[in-house]
Design a protein around this ligand. Structure first.
Ligand code: ZN
Length: 153
């Protein structure tokens, strides 16, 4: 089997409304480097970049299924207000790191009631069609150690 590649890209991500959600091109930002075949980036973007070489530029539209998944209503849940003991103010939109059996997870506050707080553990980009404007900066063959570890050194 051929060695996977290490690919460096610049990208700008916008949503359906054309709002910019993220970009590697901003001030103080750096291009993104990933190892092929190691789920370092979302599947839809990686497959679009499969055969691309340095200098190639492309636009990729990614449906939720190939991005951050559909919104799962079961991940929107009320928790008792007492779970936020020690937090001075709780407001919709705030994010917390929660400990779950599957490891640490970011949850967002959706609604604050008298005794409960409704939280949403979906990825913030779940359910969204993603529009990437990408340019390949550099590619190289991964080292055996990188391929074994599943990440770039
Ligand atoms: Zn390593």
């Amino acid at each position: 089997m051929a060695q996977p590649r290490v690919v460096t890209i610049h990208y700008t991500l916008t949503n359906d409304e054309g709002e910019q959600l993220d970009s590697s091109r901003g001030e103080g930002r750096e291009p993104l480097t990933y190892l092929e075949g190691a789920q370092n980036i979302i599947g839809g973007l990686e497959s679009a970049l499969n055969e691309k070489a340095a200098g190639d530029a492309l636009k990729v539209d990614i449906e939720p299924a190939d991005g951050y998944g559909e919104v799962n209503e079961e991940l929107v849940q009320p928790v008792p207000l007492s779970a936020f003991e020690g937090v001075e103010t709780i407001e919709p939109g705030m994010q917390f790191q929660a400990q779950t059996p599957g490891g640490p997870q970011v949850v967002r506050v959706v609604e604050v009631g008298e005794e409960t707080v409704t939280i949403d553990a979906n990825h913030p980009l779940a359910g969204q069609t993603l529009h990437f404007d990408v340019e390949v900066v550099e590619t190289r063959e991964a080292s055996e150690e990188e391929a074994e570890h599943g990440h770039v050194h």
